[in-house]
Design a protein around this ligand. Structure first.
Ligand code: S3P
Length: 207
């Protein structure tokens, strides 16, 4: 997966001079303990996150996967059997426990920042930086459909109703932007290019 391209229309990437150390972590050696990826479904959080973790020699954690391991059910099963509200409850509890670990790269689920408690937790956990992987809704949808060759592995209950999904996308963008130290426009970048852009932002000593 790490060699796959994100395969989207050409758009200039938006990068600034700001480093991750500039906003949420103190500058200096090894100031960062947790790097968190946020963004809508299909934004590349898992692919980019695992590649960045490999490059850093840090552990990669995927929030959805951790929920599935802890509760011995897939995300679609939890949605179908107990509803989204219950899933959000498990998601918040799992997020809180994962943020206790050091030297981890964490990919959030696309809906995690909808919860105020999760946003506050991310903002208030020291030595933690959030990166938002941004792309237009149509691009994200395309990527999700490309991943859905094996629907059981990649099923996303909140994509079943596309109108509702687009509404969520617009609502969530503000949350993603607010919790993130940095936003990367991933529209025209490969997974490797995004990972490089993220690594460029890390404070000296974290790599
Ligand atoms: C969701 C996104 C999914 C997963 C669940 C709900 C959402 O994660 O948490 O299906 O509401 O956006 P990904 O963003 O990793 O697909």
């Amino acid at each position: 997966m790490s060699t796959a391209t994100l395969d989207m229309p050409t758009k200039p990437k938006t990068r600034t001079d700001q480093t991750l150390a500039g906003r949420t972590v103190p500058a200096g050696r090894a100031a960062l303990d947790r790097l968190v990826f946020t963004g809508f479904m299909g934004s590349g959080k898992t692919s980019v996150g695992s590649l960045v973790a490999d490059r850093l020699g840090w552990r990669f954690l995927d929030l959805d996967h951790e929920i599935e391991l802890r509760h011995n059910r897939t995300v679609p099963q939890i949605f179908a059997e107990d509803g989204e509200a219950h899933f959000r409850h498990l998601e918040s509890a799992t997020l809180a426990s994962l943020l206790g670990q050091r030297h981890v790269v964490l990919a959030l689920g696309g809906g995690a920042p909808e919860e105020l408690g999760n946003r506050l937790l991310l903002e208030q956990t020291p030595h933690t930086a959030v990166v938002y992987l941004a792309a237009p809704f149509a691009t994200l949808l395309d990527r999700c459909h490309q991943q859905a060759i094996d629907p059981a592995a990649t099923a996303r209950p909140n994509l079943a109703d596309l109108t509702a999904a687009e509404r969520r996308f617009h609502l969530r963008r503000t949350h993603y932007e607010r919790i993130a130290a940095h936003t990367i426009d991933t529209s025209s970048l490969t997974i490797e290019q995004i990972a490089d852009a993220v690594l460029d932002l890390l404070p000296t000593g974290a790599q």
